[in-house]
Design a protein around this ligand. Sequence first.
Ligand SMILES: O=C(O)CCC(=O)C(=O)O
Length: 299
Amino acid sequence: MSYSTPATAGPTTPAFTAPELDPEIWARLDAQAAECDKHGMLIIRDAVPPETVERVRAAADGIVEEARPAGRWVGKAHSVNKRVEYRGLFNLDERFMDLLVPPTVFPLIVRILGANLHMMSSQLLYAHPDQDPAAGNGEWHRDLIGSSEDLGYDNTPRMAIRVGYYLSDVSLPGSGITLFVPGSHELKQRMPLDPDTGNPAHFERPDIRPGDAVLWENRTFHAPENNTSADTRKAVMVQYGYRWVRPVDYITHPRELLDRCDPVTRQLLESTDLNDDGSMTRMKGSRALTEWASRQNLA
Ligand SMILES: O=C(O)CCC(=O)C(=O)O
């Protein structure tokens, strides 16, 4: 794990803080939220600067190179599942904190879902090059796997939003981007797939570059594209959801990280709605983000 206490950080100066909302970004939120309502997804251009892409890529490369055991999953030797995945990134390296509350992305998450949130999952996904192309790419699915099976495809609400940041060039077909079916969040049944190709009749390849972000909600069908290119596809994804839905890939975070967070970033990294004595907070666990959202005129 790589956590350290920087000289600048102390109890009164949190190292990790929620952003103050830029008026230009605020002015775009309504249109972006409407796009997400309509298509179940959207692209945010230049969501993070090149320095962030590099920093996060360096952290991710280090973890993959060292083959650290915590959070690791290695896919099948062949096919689109030939990939290395790590979960629970905020437990692995603090450079991923650059992607917890980006000012271009996080306010939109709160505008769409509200303030009763926590971070539900984080993952890095390195899809190996030269994959044997699989029919249907890497399996079409909705997120919060099991939710539509349990609740019914016609009865699954929006509960979470995932944000994908691509750290390698995914501009060419076959370079392993995530494929999407815009509008499929409104489907009332399992996604129909063509028996010959294994793919939906219509799907899209987002036109994005490193630094852009793709947001999608839990009901939007998507699949990792076969990576038949000569390069590793590198991506980091962070998911936010309601505090009454269990985080997917962590139980807790290191005290030394939480102690350096402001109340909003701490709320996002805390998985439970319990007070220190074990009693229930009864919604008070979302107070920090509720107050922040109200100050930013988001609520
Ligand atoms: O790797 C990708 O492009 C998408 C991964 C994905 O959808 C998943 O892990 O659930």
